[in-house]
Design a protein around this ligand. Structure first.
Ligand code: ADP
Ligand code: MG
Length: 477
């Protein structure tokens, strides 16, 4: 039975698409061309060495799985790399990847590659017979250390608490240490960093990092196989247990129940718990009260959006570590444009490198702008009136309730007019709707506000400065 290579690759792509972000898909998978299928070996052509290395480093496990799904256990993948400006070798350069063995070589059976944690089909560590404490793989990612975790106002508390815990796990008041904050702000990175630092300071301690998703799956399997006790014992053996994204436990009563017992055992015996969550404890819905109250026993430290300097520093560290150089204006542009998610910031940097490698163009501000337009703006939320009000109020240091009230205090009136002006300019809302959101004014008031603001822009230099600042803040959300 011979399969068509185009079809095979199409099928692979449809799986891949569901497993990576749109941005990654466009950057890394769309430029690939399938070239042949020989027995069970699918050959794909990638645009450059850089591409090949990136795929290998970040997507090997996904590629391996999809190829196997299509071609069976014997399925293999080969890359053909288009060499850049290489006159001596007209033929594409081919690298064979025996996808069957690679992973097995890199990881012992307990280890799970970082980016596929939570997957099914991975052997659960706790059912390996004769498991000894020393054999436990901590599942820590060496790339997520304190060394490359940039300190800023946004993370100072969480970082130093983590540092203190790493010095003396189980021996500080920070037990549990709960790190919370929005998506892509460094919770997972910091959690690993603490784990790594503990291992450095106390090599004999048993440290385990696990995502709450994986914990949940393991528990479900344990129930199914009737070995809950092994599961519980395994976790109770830890000196340091790091559970990432505990908000995932919400609504899962049985999992919360078993976690509660593990938590109590560890806490009572002076073992350290480190948890992360995308919400503050008070906002976690569907979490049992007894767990929530325990989360608050130690320290809850939040990670906030990084300021501009921190964003630049993060990009620079990342570039330094990867041995890259970019014009300063490009770095600044990226840091300006992407403000609320460090993962996206890094993604943009990487896409930019890929684009430049793909099109063999130098990385310029122009290229950066095109890239940001294509990827970032498309996915960004549309600016809302609420958002505009928030930015304006933050800027003038006013409570947002005042802006929404009917007060005629001078500073408030002006801020309100500015919010109306931007709402008219940057949203599709009607004048009436804008008025309603800004202190219940009518559409004529909004029009008048826009006129006033335009006049002031023309006549008052300081005022014009406010508007330019605000416009930047609002449009690069
Ligand atoms: P979260 O778990 O909060 O969603 P991650 O820990 O996965 O976020 O971080 C997203 C990306 O941003 C990672 O690549 C991480 O290394 C990077 N990152 C986050 N915070 C920092 C920081 N302070 N310094 C350097 N890199 C950071
Ligand atoms: Mg995370």
């Amino acid at each position: 039975m011979s399969k068509d290579f185009n079809q095979v690759w199409e099928n692979c792509l449809s799986v891949i698409k569901d497993n990576v972000s749109l941005q990654s898909y466009k950057t890394w998978f769309e430029p690939i061309t399938p070239i042949k299928l020989d027995k069970n070996v699918l050959t794909i052509q990638v645009p450059s060495q850089f591409f090949y290395e990136w795929l290998e480093e970040h997507y090997i496990s996904l590629l391996r799985k999809t190829v196997k799904k299509e071609l069976g256990a014997e399925g293999k993948l080969e890359y053909s790399i288009i060499m850049e400006n290489n006159l001596h070798s007209p033929k594409p350069y081919t690298v064979k990847i025996p996808t069957t063995n690679r992973q097995a070589l890199k990881n012992d059976p307990v280890a799970v590659p970082m980016d596929v944690s939570g997957e099914k089909g991975i052997r659960n560590p706790f059912i390996i017979p004769g498991l000894k404490k020393v054999n436990i793989d901590s599942q820590l990612n060496p790339n997520y250390s304190f060394d490359n975790f940039i300190e800023g106002d946004c993370n100072r508390l969480a970082r130093s608490a983590g540092y203190a815990v790493a010095k003396n796990p189980g021996g500080t008041a920070f037990n549990p240490l709960l790190i919370y904050g929005g998506v892509g702000l460094g919770k997972t990175h910091l959690a690993h960093a603490i784990g790594i630092e503990i291992k450095n300071n106390h090599p004999s301690k048993t440290v385990l990092y696990v995502s709450s998703e994986k914990f949940t799956h393991q528990f479900i399997d344990a129930v199914r196989n009737n070995n809950q006790n092994d599961f519980i014992h395994f976790y109770q053996m830890m000196d340091v247990l790091i559970i990432d994204d505990v908000q995932f436990f919400s609504g899962k009563e049985k999992t919360q129940d078993v976690f509660f017992h593990i938590f109590n055992h560890l806490h009572q015996t002076g073992k350290q718990l480190i948890l992360t969550s995308d919400k503050a404890p008070v906002e976690m819905q569907g979490m049992e009260q007894r767990l929530l109250s325990r989360f608050k026993w130690g320290l809850s430290a939040d990670l906030q959006n990084p300021g501009l300097e921190t964003r630049i520093a993060i990009l620079e560290t990342k570039m330094y570590n990867e041995g890259l150089e970019l014009p300063k204006e490009v770095v600044e542009y990226l840091a300006y444009s992407i403000t609320t998610n460090i993962r996206e910031l890094e993604g943009a940097l990487i896409s930019l490198l890929a684009q430049s490698s793909l099109n063999k163009k130098a990385i310029t501000l122009e290229l950066a702008k095109q890239m940001i337009d294509k990827f970032v703006k498309n996915t960004a939320r549309e600016v809302s009136i609420d958002y505009i009000q928030k930015v304006v109020c933050d800027y003038f240091d006013l409570p947002i309730e005042l802006l929404k009230s009917k007060t005629r205090k001078r500073e408030v009136v002006q801020a309100r007019q500015i919010a109306m002006f931007f709402a008219k300019k940057m949203t599709k809302s009607s004048l009436a709707n804008i008025g309603m959101h800004c202190g219940g004014k009518d559409h004529a008031t909004v029009l008048h506000a826009c006129k006033t603001v335009n006049n002031l822009i023309d006549t008052d230099k300081r005022f014009r400065g406010y508007i330019t600042d605000l416009e930047k803040k609002i449009s690069i959300q």
